[in-house]
Design a protein. Structure first.
Length: 143
């Protein structure tokens, strides 16, 4: 998702404050996302182990299809690399190759519109997957 970056100088000065605020929000969101994805990874690891231990015994059972489907959705969420994508988005605002979490100072560039569109599509895809997982969990509780 690389592309041209817009220098800070060419962006309207009245927008700088809003961009600063959103970058701070992205940093906080990254921390929250990191802890949520750590829990997700643990749950996925547990589900993989359950699947490995029981796949032959419960292969024909109706509930086992739901386990397989849930595992597939969780693996797809993991493959999206949401935290890496978020950090890459934040890094696009700085003219540096160092770790985005240790960057000091003000942003120097802004990604172009295409980059934001691609990132928005990634977020929409993740949201759809999370909704499917949540719908699947509530559906199975009702049965």
């Amino acid at each position: 998702m690389s592309g041209p970056r817009i220098p800070r100088i060419s962006i309207d000065h009245s927008l700088h404050g809003a961009i600063d605020t959103e970058l701070k929000n992205l940093k906080l969101l990254g921390r929250r996302l990191q802890s949520a994805l750590a829990i997700h990874a643990t749950e996925l690891q547990l589900l993989r182990r359950l699947y490995y231990k029981n796949k032959n015994q419960h292969r024909g059972a109706l509930f086992w299809r739901n386990v397989i489907e849930m595992r597939r959705f969780l693996e797809r969420i993991e493959k999206l690399s949401l935290l890496d994508s978020l950090n890459a988005l934040r890094a696009r605002f700085y003219d540096t190759t160092q770790n985005v979490n240790s960057v000091k100072g003000s942003w120097t560039h802004s990604p172009d519109d295409k980059y934001f569109i691609n990132y928005s599509l990634l977020c929409q895809k993740a949201l759809r997957l999370v909704k499917k997982v949540a719908d699947g969990r509530t559906m199975h509780r009702c049965i």
